[in-house]
Design a protein around this ligand. Structure first.
Ligand SMILES: [Fe+2]
Ligand SMILES: [Fe+2]
Length: 370
């Protein structure tokens, strides 16, 4: 049987057929073995920008695991104090918050698949996305183990919850690579702040092992933010006005991802607001405005004035970044300013991004500028 398989494989050289199709794809087939060859057009600026990103990524990667310096690599089973986690009970409300963040991290298959397709023509962005996915994978796993090992959830409960989440698919909230890179810079910052607040809540409840886990994950999120922030600064070099317009639009319409995919979202948001882990002002003051400043703007007012300036002629890079990737086989949202692709689908869906008042009433999207 094995020798037949080997013979089959070796005969591929002789038996492969090439059938050019009307859409330009080439099909290579030998019996049941069938591959397609799809051409990916890589424009000169995509090559240049992609390789610039590649250098930035490897510098970031090497810093991340420099054995002599600030090595931030961690190992799930070694670096989290699991004995402590097992001994320390977590209050139900706090467990619910951990579960909510676990749910967001669980959409990694969609984030990874769509992100890789989105940036396929830019080498450095695909490299960073693969590393990013590895790091995010550890976040979901760690949160799952915190819930299970603290006795907050059974393994079966986590399996059922995860399976239920997997029945829905996340899609990108913005249609262009530049908008998604800006969104990532904001979102990683907000995630870092959420985890830091949740860590404080856990520490206050005496769950120090779980608090340690949240701190460890939050540190990764801070690095992710720093990387995307640096990319956006480079995008500003290429097209300051157009990038500023996108920053302003994303800041005004920002929502955390996958909220509309989660069960009982209203209750989850209420608990987070009550515990000051998440909120309207918190998003604005701790994620949106600091990130705008980190991009190099003095404040949101300066961003707005740059965004409304007359665009300078560009070398074509920015135009390509602003355009929808019509030639890519990916699913895209159709967000425009002040609109969410899923607006109105679920009650309370806007709560996480728009936040709530201290009384807990849902509010709409929060403008970055005051
Ligand atoms: Fe994460
Ligand atoms: Fe992250």
């Amino acid at each position: 049987m094995i020798s037949e398989d080997v013979r089959g494989a070796s005969s591929a050289d002789r038996g492969v057929e090439a059938e050019p199709r009307s859409d330009g794809r080439v099909v290579l087939q030998n019996g049941a073995f069938r591959e397609e060859r799809i051409e990916i057009p890589i424009l000169p600026w995509e090559e240049e920008f992609g390789w610039r990103m590649e250098e930035a990524f490897w510098a970031y990667f090497n810093r991340s695991e420099d054995p002599e310096g600030g090595n931030r690599r961690w190992i799930i089973e070694r670096d989290i104090p699991w004995d402590q986690v097992t001994r320390e009970a977590i209050p139900p409300d706090v467990a619910l918050m951990i579960e909510s963040f676990y749910a967001v991290e669980s959409y990694l298959p969609d984030f990874a698949e769509q992100g890789l397709n989105h940036y396929r023509s830019m080498v450095g962005l695909t490299s960073s996305y693969i590393n990013w996915s590895y790091e995010e994978l550890k976040h979901g796993r760690t949160l799952q183990l915190v819930l299970e090992r603290s006795g907050s959830r059974t393994r079966q409960q986590m399996r059922d919850f995860r399976t239920d989440l997997a029945r829905r698919k996340w899609t990108m909230p913005y249609p262009t690579p530049r908008q998604m890179l800006i969104y990532a810079a904001f979102q990683e910052k907000e995630t870092n702040r959420n985890y830091e607040h949740l860590r404080d809540v856990l520490a206050g409840e005496g769950a120090l092992g779980a608090a340690h886990a949240l701190r460890t994950i939050g540190r990764d999120e801070a690095f992710h933010h720093a990387y995307y922030k640096d990319i956006v600064k480079i995008l500003l070099e290429y097209d300051e006005v157009g990038t500023a317009q996108d920053i302003l639009m994303v800041a005004k319409t920002f929502r955390m991802p996958a909220q509309h995919l989660m069960p009982n979202m209203e209750e989850r948001v209420r608990v987070m607001v009550r515990n000051k882990v998440f909120g309207k002002r918190q998003v604005r003051d701790e994620a949106i405005i600091p990130t705008i400043k980190a991009f190099g703007f003095r404040d949101p007012e300066e961003l707005e004035s740059v965004a409304t300036a007359r665009p300078m002629p560009t070398n074509g890079h920015a135009t390509r970044l602003q355009r929808s990737e019509v030639d890519r086989p990916i699913e895209l949202g159709s967000a425009s300013e002040g609109d969410s692709p899923n607006e109105g689908e679920l009650p309370g869906e806007g709560d996480l991004s728009g936040g709530e008042t201290s009384q807990g009433e849902p509010a709409g999207p929060e403008p970055a500028r005051r």
